[in-house]
Design a protein around this ligand. Structure first.
Ligand code: ADP
Length: 629
């Protein structure tokens, strides 16, 4: 039984091949985690780093809260099961299973007990005296599992254990491994390239691509709320249908104009999670709909207003018994055009034939929309941002019927067509000059998402915890202006993460017996903790002294005091500007030619000491862009 924590884990081969980038995840005791993704995406490398078979380039791996980066594989209390079983061919099944216990010098009677127990669990008792070559693939894989079970490890790691088995056996072994997980109550981490395996076995799934984690979530959430086109396309068979197009909002009407010629007309309320900035008829978007979320029109279908009609011409019909797959095209004139290709999962009794033009209905509850350029979902379960068309006059921001006095820090010209964006966390409820009506509430994993009706507009506010208000309530709201951005007004949100260029150096002690190490930013020499030094050297060795670095530290972690020259671990700077955000004031401080932001109220020109808590610093290797600490 064990929990695991992977913090900013990187694997760089040969100094430049980045196989795993910034892998962060907390795994609870008894979870069944699946790493899934196409070949070469970094799944096995991550698993092997957890096992200790591969060195971790940077980052921190904890098992049961203990850092194990430097532990030998045998000291991690982990068992690994491989694709090729890795059984000893000259030993019997019994001896294969007993082998690791013998190396621990366990008494024979205990070994016998454990082997028999594991054999019983896996149903291989009758083969115990056979050699591996006299077993089928499935039986060998059971022996490999048995060899792992007898050691009662804290964590089970399984690397594509079923890929050498035929499809039928694979399905049976999938169920068996899931049962085994339940029975053992141990943490499992399972690697596969097969999304069906991932979906059926994992309590949570990590989808990877090109060394980057794409999304970590439960199977159902990955299916319903994919973060990007890759996840949307990778999870689910047949694959989600994608259509390039644009979207336009006219009053309360929203139209998706797909490049294949089909228009999908809906009401704004059915699409209000899509940021209105995309609804200009210009932004390139991708409309996504799963084959399961389209139905063939039938007079008896009940349409509650959440199904949009379209026409398609049928090219292939696959009758699978339980369901019928219809391969069709939305483009009736050129049915071969890739842009209109669509797959529909229909009822098994649907009667359609090649060449038929059919009426279909697309679910307006379950469609997806992606930004064509970034491929990220723009109809997210939790919207990232609010977009507002506002006017600015004499330091007052107005939209719909609401007005807010802008804080002194935000200086901009009068304009009546400004596009403003702010994250959903920037709108807070209960106080403030705004008034909204709560139109809808969603509780999403411990957070509450409010849909606020402000005049014509839907705004979102996200809070931790349960809902404090009810649908229909009128509530006051406020805006955190530090988070506001506007391209039209040239306003950027206040960045609360400071990035400072620096280096890492050593100096011989006066005794000339040992070194002092420093994190240098300009003339300042910050003293790293032992733990920082350990991580820096584990990752870079002596190369650290020649590596350009970035030191990252949060504005709210810094303490600014008047300059005394006495402060330890401090940067000396002078105040260039004070940003007055009303409730909070921030100073822009010049430190050795670089600018930083810190919460502070002082005078321009004041010389200050900026005290840096070194343990709060993130150190980045600028040359290959990896986090070292
Ligand atoms: P997966 O398990 O998802 O198929 P891997 O973790 O095996 O992917 O590999 C991830 C990437 O790292 C691939 O691009 C692979 O070529 C590279 N890689 C793996 N092992 C090594 C190695 N020993 N040296 C250099 N590159 C490697």
């Amino acid at each position: 039984m064990a929990s695991l924590s992977l913090k900013h884990i990187f694997k760089v081969y040969d100094g430049s091949v980045k196989a795993v980038n910034d892998f962060c995840m907390d795994i609870d005791d008894k979870e069944f985690i699946v790493f899934v993704g196409p070949s070469g995406c970094g799944k096995s490398t991550t698993l092997r780093m957890i096992a200790g078979l591969e060195e971790i380039t940077a980052g921190e791996l904890r098992i049961d809260n203990e850092i194990v980066n430097d532990f030998e594989p045998k000291d991690r209390n982990i068992a690994m099961v491989f694709q090729n079983y890795a059984l000893y061919p000259h030993m019997s099944v019994y001896e294969n299973m007993a082998f690791s216990l013998r190396t621990l010098h366990m008494p024979n009677d205990q070994i016998h007990e454990k082997v028999m127990e594991a054999a019983e669990i896996l149903g291989i008792t009758e083969y115990l005296q056979r050699k591996p070559k006299a077993l089928s693939g499935g039986q060998r894989q059971r022996v490999a599992l048995g060899r792992a079970i007898v050691r009662q490890p804290k964590v089970f790691l399984l690397d594509e254990p079923l890929s050498n088995l035929d499809a039928k056996l694979r399905a049976a072994m999938r169920a068996e491994i899931s049962r085994l997980h339940e029975k053992l109550g141990t943490t499992f981490i399972y690697v596969t390239h097969d999304q069906v395996e991932a979906m059926t076995m994992g309590s949570r799934i990590v989808v990877m691509k090109d060394g980057f984690v794409q999304q970590i979530d439960t199977p159902i959430n990955l299916y319903k709320y994919p973060d990007n086109m890759f996840v949307a396309g990778f999870i689910g068979t047949p694959q989600m249908n994608f259509f390039d197009g644009t979207v336009t909002k006219t009053g309360d009407d929203v139209r998706f104009a797909l490049d294949c010629g089909t228009n999908i007309d809906i009401k704004y309320i059915q699409a209000d999670k899509i940021p209105v900035k995309y609804m200009d008829g210009e932004h390139k978007i991708v409309f996504g709909i799963r084959p399961d979320d389209i139905r063939v029109y039938n007079k008896t279908n009940y349409n509650d207003g959440n199904w949009a009609p379209a026409k398609a011409v049928v090219s292939v019909v696959e009758i699978l018994g339980g369901e019928t797959l219809i391969y069709a095209n939305l483009n009736l004139d050129t049915p071969d055009a890739q842009s209109g290709a669509i797959i529909i999962k229909a009822d098994p009794d649907t009667e359609v034939h090649r060449g038929d033009v059919i009426d279909i209905e697309i679910s307006l509850r379950k469609f997806h929309v992606f930004d064509r350029a970034t491929e990220k979902s723009i109809r997210r379960r939790i919207p990232e941002e609010n977009f507002i068309k506002a006017s600015i006059k004499d330091g007052v921001l107005s939209f719909e019927n609401e007005s807010f006095k802008l804080p002194a820090a935000i200086k901009c010209e009068n304009r009546n067509d400004s596009e403003i964006s702010m994250p959903v966390s920037a709108i807070t409820l209960g106080n403030g000059d705004g008034l909204a009506k709560i139109q809808w509430i969603e509780n999403i994993e411990g957070q509450t998402l409010y849909f606020l009706k402000v005049g014509e507009l839907t705004l979102f506010s996200l809070e931790k915890g349960d809902a404090r208000f009810a649908i229909g309530d009128e509530v006051k709201f406020d805006i955190d202006f530090t988070q506001m951005a506007s391209e039209t007004l040239g306003i950027k949100p206040l960045s609360l993460t400071n990035t400072l260029d620096g280096i890492f150096t050593k100096e011989k002690d006066k005794s000339r017996k040992f070194y002092h190490f420093y994190m240098n930013i300009g003339d300042a020499k910050l003293v790293p903790t032992d733990s920082i030094c350990e991580k820096v050297f584990a990752c870079k060795g002596n190369k650290i002294f020649h590596t350009p670095l970035e030191y990252l530290v949060g504005a709210n972690d810094l303490t600014v005091v008047s300059h005394t020259g006495e402060a330890k671990n401090a940067l000396v700077g002078n105040i260039l500007e004070i940003l007055d955000y009303g409730k909070a004031k921030y100073a822009i401080i010049d430190v050795y030619g670089q600018k930083l932001v810190a919460a502070y109220d002082g005078k321009i020109g004041d010389i200050v000491d900026v005290c840096v808590p070194v343990e709060a610093i993130t150190i980045k290797d600028k040359s290959i862009d990896i986090i070292i600490v």
